[in-house]
Design a protein around this ligand. Sequence first.
Ligand code: ADP
Ligand code: MG
Length: 700
Amino acid sequence: MRPSLLDPLFAALTTLPGVGPKLEKLYRRLLGRGDTPARVADLLFHLPAGTVDRRARPKLAEVVPGSVATVAVTVDKHRPSPPNRPRAPYRIETHDDTGTLTLTYFNARKDYLETLLPPGELRYVSGTTALYDGMLQMVHPDRVVSEADLDKLPLVEPVYPLTEGLSLNQVRRAMDGALTKIPALPEWQDNAWAERSGFSSFADALKTLHRPNEPADVQPDGPAWLRLAYDELLAGQLALALVRAHQRSLPGRGSSGEGILRAKVIAALPYALTPSQGLAVDDIVTDLARPQRMLRLLQGDVGSGKTVVALLAAATVAEAGRQAALMAPTEILARPPLATIAPLAEKAGIRAAILTGRERGKDRNETLERLALGEIDLIVGTHALFQEDVAFHDLALAIIDEQHRFGVHQRLALARKGESVDMLVLTATPIPRTLVLTYFGDMEISELREKPAGRQPIDTRTIALNRLNEVVEAVGRALNEGQRAYWVCPLVEESEISDLAAAEQRFAELKTHFGARVDLVHGKMKGADKDRAMARFSSGETQLLVATTVIEVGVDVPAATVMVIEHAERFGLAQLHQLRGRIGRGTGRSTCLLLYKAPLGETAKARLAIMRDTEDGFRIAEEDLRLRGEGDLLGTKQSGVPGFRVARIEVHGKMLTAARDDAALILSRDPDLASPRGEALRDLLYLFERDEAVRLLRAG
Ligand code: ADP
Ligand code: MG
């Protein structure tokens, strides 16, 4: 259980003044909580994107129009909007001994302004200045105070990322409340290291960031942010190290054999393994034969052929009379691997089956029974695999496809279904080596570097959206030649509903051009409907498939040769790469059209240029990381890599190695986190919600 000391931080956000249930919904969106209630800690970890610096105190004659300034002015005259033009602005004239300034308000309340700015009085007014008709003015000053309240005027104010419906002042006010909830926490960082790094305490770091004295206080590479980022990285590395230690502490069981089943699978392949597939299989076979647990990451670009490697791993444990499970994050992603596996498995005499949320009733019961009796060697499925009533005869190998969508605890949940379960994680999103450490800790890594033979290069082009008509014509020509095309609709917001609306609208439009040849597939469709739509497209019954990003991974229609991505600039590079990987799978030449909304910023231009220049997923991933360092915040959320709350890999990634070494040192001295510092580190784990690792401590 979480220490009660931390309760105030995990209290509902509605416990803060000014946050009612209605606003709380907006905070959920802002803080990325989805449908779960936002908590005080979530808000505290919402760090400023910058500051407003009100320290400049020029005379009116010295004001640089366009800058933020705090000026001391005497109020002269109110000029309310004329009664016949209530939409006209309300103006207030002011002056100092060097010049004049007009304060402009829209939709103003007269009585409010008269109290705020009484004629004849001195007021300190702070806001963004502008020149209008040659006159200095300020539209809606941010702050107006009297001489007596001058010390209450915050000279440097944090600016937060917002969401529609929430104002900066509301967030600031809620944050003030949140800051008062931070309990006195014992220090979990090594004191000497903290001192050397210029770190203040956790609470002080948060206060510095939310109540900055200088703009530099909120810099991601400033000491306050560094401290919190290091806390988060350490929590992550500690959790991974604990999981790893736990897994090592459990004995493994060697699964080996003569490789007869593997040989049968290989004989059934219509192609030869690539060299890196061969190496990966060797690595895995060696791991499986060892009495220690295997924890291996198989990284391979889209279409690099991870599934067959997974099948060969499963063949190895099947030959030892044991079972393997392959888990994909969603139903739609669970089917393609099975489609690859089923015919090969059948030829080799490996009994494969599927279990997802969609299998119900008699079929499901039968599968469960056969699984429990050991009559299934390899089960492919989704989360449904770790439901309580799923029992294996002897699960030896858990293969997790697209691991970045799963948390560590899900990995563990599957591992608990067997005794000494070896773990193979497949990731289709190429992750730069620096990041592997972050998400997977010290896993062994196998990489599939080459694409399988026979793949054609993809011709990628970028086209401005205002040339949509030409694109539609080009797609029409391709369809008339019998080609098949995907048309991916943009991420409008983070909400599936608005994505869907955009996709439906595009679908309707394209239908007017191409009629029944067009189909639509999206995430809100029922599984069976989705499958049917995919099957129609796969068979060629339909030729143009309008889709939301549900087709991102896993879909395999080798005949598809055209990919149109609308608003490509809104996607992360990794995601674009995944999407593009849906074509170029067959023998036909493929074309990818990246439609963007002009004008593009420099970073966006560079990102699309990379997509045009290379198909190497590893290079794209590295470049993505580099460019994100140049301020593309959107990329983080959309790339599909799990986000940190305060750490930014491009800024703080350098500290990862230190955090990993630190975690190792901590556990070597205090494996149960039982010392006083160990206790404090448990708080840290809870604070960053690495609870699953703490549970291991208790269990172990
Ligand atoms: P991913 O790594 O994206 O999961 P898959 O395992 O789905 O890739 O493989 C993509 C396609 O490539 C499949 O149709 C598979 O049969 C084929 N494939 C796999 N390995 C090879 C190979 N060595 N040579 C030719 N085709 C291969
Ligand atoms: Mg795959």
